[in-house]
Design a binder for this molecule. Structure first.
Ligand code: CO
Ligand code: CO
Length: 316
């Protein structure tokens, strides 16, 4: 995208240049469309569960902009000579489960032949153009809240190597199928303006992009960041997705690692699928926002704060 001439139109409120979760198009003063597409390779063996994860992951980009999903189209890559169509039906049913829970419609889609299966959704949602959550909206002095624990990258890597325990798989699954709908509503209620969901670039990668776009920095209190069970052990045993190291390389000189161990830093960059929302809330309201997240079932925490050091992330 960087090599394309950026599209500029007064109604394109959020486009590609800020690396945001979705594009936002103004329809009128009170309504905007939120448009996104996301698809993934299988992360778990159960096809229905994979459909659920892929759908929750795709729709999350609408929530990350402060929007609500309206309708979606299935995006399918399928190896039809090797995989039965019954399995594909299960994947689509998984997406349907999420659509029903979130209250949006799946209204069609497209399938191509693909040696490696892929599944996801193109989603159209709506948002209030005056109340968007963007990468560029984080402000100095705010507290940073994260609505889900990290570690699904490590656990899904261990699943591919048949070394994840049932407990770890269960915890990762529950986390990945959980919608970011309520977290998004809580962020808006407590007047967040900056947010992103934590997916492939990991916490550090997504935060790195957000502080760049917001022209601020971030301090993370590493002991406040929550992890799924067994994440530490699995990471120490080497089950680290390749993406996590690339996420750290991308941050280059902008990360102050403090006294954080190498594994600790890698875990903060762990590439997530269907991760939580990361958003900034004014200091005075941050605890109330956290209380609402926790009482609505989120494993959330205040992981740090927004500081006045443009583009930098400091670990403490
Ligand atoms: Co996203
Ligand atoms: Co995405």
């Amino acid at each position: 995208m960087r090599r394309l001439t950026p599209t500029s139109n007064p109604d394109l409120l959020v486009g590609a240049v800020t690396g945001d979760d979705a594009a936002v198009w103004r329809l009128d003063n009170n309504r905007a469309l939120v448009v996104t597409a996301d698809f993934i390779t299988p992360v778990v063996d159960d096809p229905r569960a994979w459909g659920q994860v892929a759908a929750a992951n795709a729709v999350s980009d609408v929530y990350a902009m402060g929007g609500k999903p309206l309708l979606a189209l299935n995006l399918v890559g399928w190896n039809s000579s090797e995989l039965p169509t019954d399995l594909l039906s299960e994947v689509l049913l998984g997406a349907q489960d999420i659509a029903e829970q979130a209250g949006f419609a799946i209204a069609g889609g497209h399938t191509v032949d693909d040696p490696e299966p892929k599944f996801g959704l193109a989603v159209v949602g709506e948002a209030d153009p005056e109340n968007l959550l963007t990468n560029a909206g984080f402000k100095v002095g705010q507290k940073l809240l994260l609505s889900k624990p990290l570690g699904v990258g490590v656990i899904t890597t261990a699943i591919k190597n048949d070394t994840a325990s049932t407990e770890a798989i269960q915890a990762a699954m529950e986390s990945m199928v959980a919608l970011n709908e309520e977290a998004s509503q809580i962020a808006l209620k407590f007047e967040a303006t900056g947010a992103t969901d934590v997916t492939g670039f990991g916490l550090l990668g997504h935060l790195g992009r957000a502080v760049e776009e917001s022209k601020v920095g971030a301090q993370i209190n590493t002991e406040e960041v929550l992890f799924l069970p067994e994440t530490q052990e699995l990471a120490e045993a080497g089950f680290v997705p390749g993406g996590s190291r690339r996420n750290l390389e991308w941050l280059d000189g902008r990360l102050d690692k403090g006294n954080c161990s190498e594994t600790g830093v890698l875990l903060l960059a762990d590439a997530q699928t269907s991760g939580g929302l990361l958003f900034g809330i004014d200091d005075s309201k941050a605890q109330d926002a956290l209380d609402e997240l926790v009482s609505s079932g989120h494993s959330a925490s205040i992981i740090g704060s927004v500081i006045d050091e443009e583009g930098k992330i400091v670990l403490r």
